[in-house]
Design a protein around this ligand. Structure first.
Ligand code: NDP
Length: 400
């Protein structure tokens, strides 16, 4: 019998299940490029249901209990004495979503002698100390591609919202006002602007593809260059470094994983190399940006706007400066957990669990760490190391 410890976000404030505005979600069988969507033996949920919160249980309970395993689901994840820390010593599998990450630091891994598998229900396993997982021989797997397109849609939405000054104009209406000049004095067209992505992986290249019809100049930087035919088809210009990219762009979107190479990449210096009045959209990971450098750049006008859904740590403390800085379009971490995305990553989590429990190999493209080294998608996009430093501060949210 395995103990499966699953950390999910809290239920809706009005109770579970919520009333759903739609009856179904489109069925997606393949991602761009041909990879198939998750294919577990069966599903015990209806796609479109809220699965990522505690009562949703990622639709895993009957599957695990029928096989004789124990499923523990909690949102109480931070601080000593949290249910997560209390259950960790017996856990063989930990499941966590980046939206409400159960930080698996080296200290916590040391408290989990039975831990064999850490599953990210979603994409982005930076909440796990990957170096410690490598050293302990723990497998880290995520549901690659499950919400990449979801995020790319969100990035396009946030770019348009910032450039066109959507959120402040919406606020004018909500407050009963009609001052057009207030709405438009920060509003521009995206057409003709230069837009660049830091990383052109699954999300970054989907952003480029979606922005092409907007008649903008497209730019990217990445560790590996896209095939020449793809560059030509998209009409995108490659820049060898983030510095060279940001200097020519009016809008920059960050779509790289958080790992030692990208931690605090957007610091005072790099933001200082951006064009005055540039927009920065970060749905990748909060820690890729220096928190205070972003707030200062918005106050000085070096940045005209900043939007995204990722913070560090998560949940963000109530006094986090990104909640109150000017010209921001931040949300909690939501872009990759639409009901549509949840159906895919819940199915992918079950597929990974079926493989693990049956002793079958997990799909190569889902692996981040395996056999004591970076593997699969992790070997391509990450570097070894730890990006969890400072995550204990997440406990301040529930304490305040
Ligand atoms: P991919 O692995 O497809 O793409 C990541 C890309 O980042 C790869 O092309 C990789 O390069 C590139 N990269 C890695 N390090 C660097 C670097 N130092 N400089 C430039 N490029 C770099 O992943 P996805 O596109 O699907 O997801 C990207 C990230 O987005 C995730 O890791 C996660 O952090 C975040 N995310 C956020 C979500 C949300 O809800 N907000 C949901 C899903 C993901 P290469 O492989 O060529 O070496």
């Amino acid at each position: 019998m395995a103990n499966v410890l699953c950390v999910l976000y809290d239920d809706p404030a009005e109770g579970y299940p919520p009333p759903y505005p739609r009856d179904d979600v489109p069925q997606i069988d393949r991602y761009p490029g041909g990879q198939t969507t998750p294919s577990p033996e069966r599903l015990d949920f209806r796609p479109g249901e809220l699965l990522g919160c505690v009562s949703g249980e990622l639709g895993l309970r009957s599957f695990l209990e029928q096989r004789g395993h124990r499923l523990i689901v909690t949102s109480d994840k931070d601080g000593p004495g949290s249910q997560f820390e209390r259950e960790l010593p017996e856990a063989e599998v930990v499941i966590s979503q980046p939206f409400w990450p159960a930080y698996l630091t080296a200290e916590r891994i040391a408290q989990a002698p039975k831990l064999k598998l850490a599953i990210t229900a979603g994409i982005g396993s930076d909440h796990v100390d990957l170096q410690a997982a490598i050293e302990r021989g723990i497998t880290v797997a995520e549901v690659t591609y499950s919400n990449s397109i979801s995020v790319s849609e969100h990035v396009v939405m946030m770019i348009l919202a910032l450039v066109r000054n959507y959120l402040p104009s919406h606020q004018v209406v909500r407050e009963g006002g009609w001052n057009i000049a207030d709405c438009v004095s920060r509003s521009y067209d995206l057409e003709g602007m230069q837009v660049g992505t830091v990383a052109a992986g699954r999300i970054g290249s989907a952003v480029l593809r979606r922005l092409k019809p907007f008649e903008v100049g497209l730019h990217y930087t990445d560790r590996h260059r896209l095939p020449e035919a793809e560059e030509r088809e998209l009409g995108v210009t490659f820049h060898p470094t983030a510095e060279e990219l940001v200097e020519v762009c009016d809008v920059v979107t960050i779509n790289a994983p958080l790992h030692p190479e990208t931690e605090h990449l957007f610091d005072e210096r790099l933001i200082g190399r951006m064009k005055r009045g540039a927009y920065l959209v970060n749905t990748a990971r909060g820690k890729i940006c220096d928190r205070d450098a972003v707030a200062r750049a918005l106050e000085s006008g070096q940045l005209a706007g900043y939007a995204g859904d990722v913070w560090f740590p998560q949940p963000a403390p109530r006094d986090h400066p990104w909640r109150t800085m000017p010209h921001h379009g931040m949300t909690p971490h939501v872009s990759g957990t639409s009901l549509s995305a949840q159906a895919r990553y819940a199915a992918g989590t079950r597929e990974i669990l079926e493989c693990f429990l049956d002793g079958r190999p997990i799909r190569e493209e889902y692996l981040i760490v395996d056999g004591g080294r970076l593997a699969g998608a992790g070997a391509h996009a990450y570097s070894p190391g730890d990006a969890t430093g400072g995550s204990a501060e997440a406990a301040r949210f529930s304490a305040s």
